[in-house]
Every structure is written in structure tokens, then in C-alpha cells.
Design a protein around this ligand. Structure first.
Ligand code: HEC
Length: 242
């Protein structure tokens, strides 16, 4: 039973490593998207790197060898097989319970659109914080926008576009982190309203570039007319008492 369990966990780790390897192979923007300015940078950077994640590939091969060695070990002696058979139902129950847990977790885990709705809320509020030169609040909303974008691409790192090509959402976000998201952050840190306004508009365009790449071009964005929240006072608070 322990042998079966260890082979099972080795197989799982092999599958994990294999998935990482496959992800690394696909971690280049599609040729079509390479034309969009957001993606150009990530494609250039990625194609100059090795496309195969070597540690993951090595882990995969090592896992395969270990599994093979364990599988080659002689089976339990004749007398022991009865007790192994007796413990079989408990193992099967455990596996069924695990499968049920995984299925339940998959059902309750958040979806990408939910996380993006949060991004939308933070990014809309960011506009009003910046226009009111409330820089601490602007920094808060810029950071939340960034961390929720990262979460969104963890939820679904790759999406198929309309033509069935794999779109590397994580790669696009990395390109944004090095360009427009960084510019926005700099403008906030420098408390520079004209720069903030320009950087915000650029980021909005880049948000849509990703929607376009993922064949979601109908999620077209605009500078918000009203904040997403009625509750937040966007004016800069008075200075704290000394
Ligand atoms: C890395 C790619 C990517 C980036 C960058 C991105 N989005 Fe999205 N966004 C998506 C995808 C994919 C969906 C559709 C999710 C789905 O269908 O489940 C989406 C959906 C949305 C939605 C619709 C959510 C809903 O269900 O109502 C909004 C609003 C949105 N994004 C706003 C933004 C804003 C604002 C930014 C920039 C600050 C942004 N997105 C940046 C990929 C991206």
C-alpha cells in the first residue's frame, strides 16, 4: 500500500513537473500577438531565453526514473498479499474522498471574471484618487490592481483565443509590469498628476490589448465617469495631528 501511495505521489509530481515544462514551452506569445506592442517585449525576452524550463524537465526525468525503480521492486511476499488486499478498500475510500474534495474545491474556487471585476473596481477608483491627488489612496488602488491582475493570471494562466491558439496571459502581464504598470507606479510615487493621467490612459489601452489578445475585445474600457464606490471619500485626508 505504501508502495502504491509513493508511486502515486511520484506520478503526481511527475505530472506537475511535466505541466510546468509544457507551460514553459508555451510561454511565448503567439506569432499573431507578437505584433501588439504589449506582447512584443515579452516575446523578444522569452525567445532569447531557453523555451524549456530545464530544472522542471530534469525533475520530470528524475521522477520517471524513480517511479520505474519502485515499480521494478519485487512485489510483496505471498503471505503479505492477503493483508495488502485487506487494506485495499481503505485506500480506495481515501482516494475517492480525495477526488470528491478536489471536485468540491474546483467548484468553489473563484473564476477569472470575478477577479477581473475586482481589478475593474480598483482601477476605476484609482482614477479618482489620482485626479484628487490623494496619493496614498492612489498607491493603495494601484497596488490592489497589480496584485489582483497577478491573481487573475494565476486563476487561468493560458487561454485559447478564437482561432484556438494558446494565449500566454502571464507573459502579457509581465510585459505590462515592466512598462505601463511601472510608469503608473512611478507617477504616483512622484505625485505627478499630469504624468499619472497619461500613465493611466496608457494602462487602460494595455488592459484592452490583453482583452483583444484573449478574444475578449468586447470588454472595451473607458475612463470612468463615476467612482465604483460611493463610500470612499477620494479627497486627500487632512494631515495627521502631530
Ligand atoms: C493578462 C490579460 C489581461 C489584462 C492585463 C487585463 N485583463 Fe481584464 N480580462 C481578461 C480576461 C481574459 C477577461 C475575461 C475573464 C473571463 O471571461 O472569465 C477579463 C475581463 C475583464 C472585465 C470583465 C469582468 C466581468 O466579469 O465583469 C473587466 C471589467 C476587466 N477585465 C477589466 C480590466 C482592467 C481595468 C484591466 C487593466 C487594469 C484589465 N482588465 C487587464 C484579461 C486581462
Amino acid at each position: 500500500m505504501t508502495q502504491i501511495a509513493s508511486v502515486h505521489s511520484l506520478t503526481l509530481s511527475c505530472m506537475g513537473a511535466f505541466r510546468i515544462t509544457i507551460a514553459a514551452i508555451y510561454r511565448a506569445c503567439t506569432a499573431d500577438m507578437a505584433r501588439t506592442p504589449v506582447c512584443k517585449r515579452s516575446v523578444n525576452e522569452r525567445t532569447s531565453m531557453s523555451r524549456i524550463n530545464r530544472p522542471a524537465a530534469l525533475a520530470f526525468v528524475a521522477g520517471m526514473i524513480l517511479s520505474a525503480l519502485i515499480l521494478r521492486q519485487p512485489g510483496p511476499a505471498h503471505g503479505a498479499s492477503a493483508s495488502a488486499a485487506a487494506s485495499q478498500p481503505a485506500g480506495a475510500d481515501e482516494l475517492a474522498a480525495l477526488k470528491a474534495d478536489v471536485a468540491r474545491l474546483k467548484e468553489i474556487v473563484t473564476d477569472q471574471s470575478h477577479v477581473m471585476a475586482d481589478v475593474s473596481n480598483h482601477f476605476a477608483n484609482l482614477w479618482f484618487a489620482g485626479q484628487n491627488e490623494n496619493w496614498p489612496l492612489a498607491q493603495f488602488y494601484a497596488d490592489e490592481t497589480h496584485s489582483h491582475l497577478k491573481w487573475a493570471v494565476r486563476v487561468i494562466p493560458f487561454r485559447k483565443d478564437r482561432a484556438g491558439r494558446q494565449v500566454d496571459l502571464g507573459g502579457i502581464l509581465t510585459a505590462l509590469e515592466q512598462t505601463s504598470l511601472k510608469d503608473l507606479d512611478d507617477a504616483i510615487k512622484k505625485k505627478d498628476k499630469p504624468r499619472f493621467t497619461a500613465a493611466y490612459q496608457q494602462q487602460l489601452t494595455n488592459c484592452m490589448a490583453c482583452h483583444q489578445a484573449a478574444s475578449k475585445e468586447f470588454i472595451h474600457l473607458q475612463i470612468p465617469a463615476r467612482p465604483d464606490s460611493n463610500l470612499i471619500d477620494f479627497h486627500a485626508p487632512p494631515a495627521p495631528l502631530q
